[in-house]
Design a protein around this ligand. Sequence first.
Ligand code: AMP
Ligand code: GLY
Length: 430
Amino acid sequence: MNVLVIGSGGREHALAWKIAHSERVERVLAAPGSAGMEGVAKCFCDVEASDSDAIVALCQKESVGLVVIGPEDPLAAGLADRLRDAGFAVFGPSAAAARLEGSKAFAKDFMQRHGIPTAGYETFDALAPAIDYVRERGGRCVVKADGLAAGKGVAMCADPEQAERALREMMEDRRFGEAGCRVVVEDWLDGEEASYYAITDGQHIVTLAAAQDHKRALDGDRGENTGGMGAYSPAPVFTAEVEKRTFDRIVLPTIRGMAADGVPYVGVLYVGLMIDSEGQPSVVEFNVRFGDPETQPLMVQMQGDLMPLLLGAARGELDEQTPLEWPGAAVCVVMASDGYPRQYAKGVAIRGLAHAGGLESADDAVVVFHAGTRRAADGGFETSGGRVLGVTARGHNVQQARDRAYKAVAEIAFEGAQQRRDIAARALDR
Ligand code: AMP
Ligand code: GLY
């Protein structure tokens, strides 16, 4: 079978890499993909993820048997619906179901209706009542733009003054455009975060391991929020007991609730969790796709074929007994451009990739996923994005995976490269 992966980042590289390992797969294609993915996928770099006509045409021309959609934007725009209408098997939710990520107000109302634990909240369409609300409430809160804002539309506010500023930025200055016309003001949850993944055809469910990412730019969780500076799996905070609670109280009622509401959910549900000191999980966010960079360690850690899950979900015949194992641990360290998440230069030469294992080292322990690279004139790679590489290693435990990942990072160099030194430290300091 030919499988088409939509997207071009580190997450899509990791998915394509894993899919390419399957005996069921003849060819992996990617649109637009990236030069760094060419070792595992044939890339159609002129086909953008937003161009559904071109993607349908590509599927027809290349006899694609399954489309796997990586990022949220094409899902929210209805790419999965469009492809299903054209007769293709698709891994990814409909636009209607993608509102779980695309609208925070939708997700919160859904959770409230179905009794799914999450922070208390109010939704506002106008500035004045929102300001009144945060003043009356006093104390800290979290202000969120309703729509998609590339992970940046969340303001953690220590007091009502900060909340008012965040509200003005979103609703008055339109910092996130239309996404901030409506806002959700949430209670601030304390605890430790983890993300958990459920693959589903709308009815049957297979869960994956839990992971933790590192959103802040600097060591010790300081500095600005980024798309993610690293991730690891499994997450020790996610004990068997927490997992059972999460499944029973969150995953199952969400999948059942979406089906009952007439919007069956197909694809992977990313559950962003806050786990309190008593081990009680609450939903911080839903995402309607795999996490980036969490997918990188998940795919490297996972033993077993991903294809039966993707295909089973897409075809509505997911086998809940699909064998999967998660031996040891995996760690992904993101190497980012100087200045990220703000301004950064592009076109900086990257050295040492082959030494670090290139795409896959001989002992199969380290894989370097490309997030923001392009082919340089000399045939090597240069930087083309903020997050450049996801250096990912597996090991018998977190310590070994982490040591391997940082050893590989040390082999790679580009001017101004920045990476956190403490990825997965929380798992080791326990
Ligand atoms: P979101 O885009 O909703 O996942 O929010 C981004 C990040 O903000 C989360 O990963 C959390 O670190 C933090 N966050 C969001 N909502 C809350 C909340 N209610 N309480 C505490 N932290 C939160
Ligand atoms: N790493 C967080 C996300 O993918 O949303």
